[in-house]
Design a protein around this ligand. Structure first.
Ligand code: CAA
Length: 257
């Protein structure tokens, strides 16, 4: 498929999507979200892909939903098309997704990063939910995911004032896994994704599912869910291979089964 708003590549076992609307700081319009979903569908179906990286430019991961596309929408239009709901497909992917964020990750850009599983930030990254300044609030999960990730006090402050926070504050708050120099961002994210893609894919997917369950259920139900998946892993060849490789002092060769 010919993409116009994103670039799509594979690097070994890693799928790479680069958001590519430089004229609008990668503002997320419906075309871009449609193309992103199509690219992720392809990576999910491709048995050779074990992890995905989504990145933007040095200036902006994404400066939010496209304000120019949104400004004249009416309430019935937003309601009837369930505006924004198709963005959530990013969050329900089964393969792990890393957001490699440099520059602005604002509004829907911050929300897109939070739909990913790991955020790696360049030292230039700036996160925020400035929708309040536009007379709206976050609509792609910002009030919910940000609050769960960084806690009520800071999420409330960011959502109510529109203040941006830099990479260091974002790391301190638990939003990002790691900060790297901007020049190393993509290499670092691709290397991290390649490390994950070298593991057993079903075990990686079950691990992602189990960590995400922590956001959706009680502790005791989550522990039970984890225990059941842990037991199921003993039915895989990759558990046998992984443990045999440790005992034999060699690198495991996972076959994804
Ligand atoms: N939508 C549409 N266009 C955008 C955009 C957005 N979210 N963000 C930037 N652009 C466009 C600008 O209009 C400008 O285009 P023109 O040259 O045609 O005027 C171009 O990108 C460059 O932007 P600036 O000139 O503003 O660049 P800057 O470096 O001076 O400022 C910025 C950068 C602080 C990020 C500023 O662009 C900005 O504040 N952007 C909007 C951020 C925002 O409010 N995001 C939330 C959107 S609402 C949302 O996301 C809802 C939701 O929850 C889903």
């Amino acid at each position: 498929m010919a993409y116009e708003t994103i670039l799509v590549e594979t690097r070994g076992k890693v799928g790479l999507v680069t958001l590519n609307r430089p004229e609008a700081l990668n503002a997320l319009n419906s075309q871009l979200i449609g193309e992103l979903n199509t690219a992720l569908d392809g990576f999910e179906k491709d048995a050779g892909i074990g992890a995905i990286v989504i990145t933007g430019s040095q200036k902006a991961f994404a400066a939010g939903a496209d304000i120019k596309e949104m400004q004249n929408l009416s309430y019935p239009e937003t309601y009837l098309e369930d505006f924004i709901t198709n963005w959530d497909r990013v969050a329900s992917r089964r393969k792990p997704i890393i957001a490699a964020v440099a520059g602005f990750a604002l509004g829907g850009g911050c929300e897109l990063a939070m739909m990913c599983d790991i955020i790696i930030a360049a030292d230039t990254a700036k996160f925020g939910q400035p929708e309040i300044k536009l007379g709206v609030m976050p609509g792609a999960g910002g009030t919910q995911r940000l609050t769960r990730i960084i806690g009520k006090a800071k999420a409330m402050e960011l959502c109510l004032t529109g203040r941006m926070m830099g990479a260091e504050e974002a790391e301190r708050s638990g939003l990002v896994a790691r900060i790297v120099p901007a020049a190393d961002l993509l290499d670092d994210a691709l290397k991290t994704a390649a490390t994950i893609a070298d593991m057993s894919l079903p075990i990686v997917m079950m691990t992602k599912e189990s960590v995400n369950r922590a956001y959706e259920t009680t502790l005791s139900e989550g522990i039970r869910f984890e225990r059941r998946l842990f037991h199921a892993m003993f039915a895989t060849g990759d558990q046998k291979e992984g443990m045999a490789a440790f005992v034999d002092k060699r690198k495991a060769d996972f076959k994804n089964r």
